[in-house]
Every structure is written in C-alpha cells, then in structure tokens.
Design a binder for this molecule. Structure first.
Ligand SMILES: Nc1ncnc2c1ncn2[C@@H]1O[C@H](COP(=O)(O)OP(=O)(O)OP(=O)(O)O)[C@@H](O)[C@H]1O
Length: 267
C-alpha cells in the first residue's frame, strides 16, 4: 500500500518494567532492556509466564506496577492514539457485522489513512483469504479469523507491530506459508515487530533476536541473536545452523524452568 515518507521505526525501552496483578499474581519481574528499531524480536517462554502481559504493557493496555515503557521517547498511549501501533492477540476481536474486507478497511480508516480497495484485497489474498473478502467473521474458522486480524494489523502500516501467537490457530502448512510471506511486508517497511510464540522454530525463522523467559514471573533467561540473512529462505528451519540455534533456545527454556524450580525448593 503506497504511503508518503514513513516515520522511522521506533526503539522500545523497558525500564524496570514490572507487573503484579491485583490479588498478588506477579506476572513480570522488573525488566530493563532495549528492543532495537526495525528489528523483529521473538518472546518465548513457558505458558503463563507473562509474555502476553509484557506485550500488553508495551501496547499501553496494562498499567505497570513499577517502571515504564518508552517508545521512541514517548509513552505507548501516544503511539497508539496516532494509529502507529497495531496489535494482534490470540483471540481476534473482529467486528461480527462487518465482512473481512469491511474489518480490514475500517482499521485503515480509523488510522486516518486513505483506503485503496485493490490494496486491501491484495492484503486479504496475501494472508490466504482470497475469495473471503465478503464473508463475515462468524462464517470463518478460528485460523481464518486470525489471518483476517493479521491483515487488519498490517493494513494500518504500523511503525510498531505486536503479534501474540499470530499463527496459533492455523494449520501447519498455512502457518509455514504465512511465516514465509508476512514478514516480507513488515521487513520491507522496517517495522519494529514483537512476536510472542510457543514455537521455537518459528522464533528462529522469523526473529532477529530471541528473548527466552523463565516461568512466572517473567524474567529474561537468555538473549539470543539470530544471525540468518533476510529474506529468510523457505527451508531455513531444517538447516543445521537453525537446528543448533533452536536447540540453544530449548536448552535455555529448560534451564530457566530448572532454575526457577531450584529457587522455589530453596525457599
Ligand atoms: N488481568 C489479569 N488479572 C490477574 N491475573 C492475570 C491477568 N492477566 C494475566 N494474569 C496472570 O498473569 C500470568 C501471566 O499471564 P500471561 O497471559 O501474560 O502469560 P503468557 O506467558 O502470555 O501465557 P500463554 O503463553 O499461556 O498465553 C498468568 O498467571 C495469568 O493468570
């Protein structure tokens, strides 16, 4: 989709960011790190460790208990209000009375960008929903709804893209196709992208950097650089160097869990 000169992608700084929910559930331990502008960072960690909470804090959808988030010098809400931040959560909240095309087009209108029907249809095709532009969400499968939500995110040409298990409800073959096609869109625009995933191989294939988290409260246990050239080759996940890297991530996950168990046992 054509646009005027895009603003540069933002870096994200977490400064002592922590979250304890009312009732005492400590989801995120104080975390300080910088996520570089224009790169894709994957967040991997055990279920319930606090990954989605981190994404929601960065999106300004949760209030930190301590510390803060700085996105290119501004708080998350400022970026969100300007429509420069797009979030796709596991459970896509599409408007049920609008078609796929209507949902995608509305996001573009809300971001105060001109709407080009052909560009919207190209994006719908790209996420594998060609022919479903007139269909309402209720008549789509969970995976199709997820893909419509991804199209809705990308159509706003965000500077910052937050994806929470974006391919969770998608079959393996489609997942691979999406993992191949979609990053090209955000890479071409230099979007700063954060991706929560349970799939180690997806993290290795899609990300420039992988942050591995401990069980709750989320603490970074490994910060791994992914050195593979872009665009990523279709068969990358089965290359020996990718397998070695995936094993490093899996070991860090296991070590994070073991360390947490040891510290709980010592208490
Ligand atoms: N609004 C809330 N109020 C109270 N506790 C919450 C709230 N949201 C999340 N939690 C708790 O915080 C912890 C972290 O949740 P979060 O959804 O961030 O984990 P996650 O790593 O994304 O999990 P998964 O991989 O299973 O999606 C969990 O124990 C969850 O029950």
């Amino acid at each position: 989709m054509a646009s005027s000169v895009p603003p540069p992608p933002p870096a994200i700084a977490l400064d002592g960011l922590a979250k304890t929910f009312p009732g005492g559930v400590e989801a995120v331990a104080p975390t300080t790190l910088t996520l570089e502008a224009g790169r894709t960072t994957a967040l991997v960690g055990p279920s319930g460790c606090g990954k989605s909470t981190i994404l929601r804090l960065i999106a300004g959808l949760e209030t930190p208990s301590a510390g803060g988030v700085d996105i290119a010098g501004e708080p998350p809400l400022a970026i969100r209000r300007r429509g420069e931040l797009a979030v796709a959560f596991q459970d896509p909240s599409l408007l049920p009375w609008r078609s796929v095309r209507g949902n995608v087009a509305l996001a573009r209108t809300l971001a105060r960008r001109p709407t080009d029907p052909r560009a919207i249809d190209r994006l719908i095709d790209l996420v594998g929903l060609g022919g479903f532009g007139d269909t309402r969400p209720g008549a789509l499968s969970g995976g199709m709804r997820q893909r419509a939500a991804i199209a809705r995110c990308l159509v706003t040409e965000p500077r910052l893209l937050l994806l929470d298990e974006p391919f969770g409800a998608v079959d393996e073959l489609t997942r691979r196709q999406l993992a191949q096609d979609l990053p090209r869109i955000w890479e071409a625009r230099g979007t700063t992208t954060l991706l929560v995933t349970h799939s180690v191989s997806e993290a290795v294939t899609l990300a420039d950097r992988i942050l591995v988290f401990s069980p709750r409260p989320a603490t970074v246990v490994a910060d791994i650089d992914v050195p593979f050239e872009r665009p990523r080759a279709p068969g990358l996940a089965s290359r020996p160097e990718a397998i070695t890297l995936a094993e490093r991530v899996s070991s860090a996950l296991a070590e994070g869990r073991a360390a947490r168990e040891r510290s709980l046992a010592a208490q």
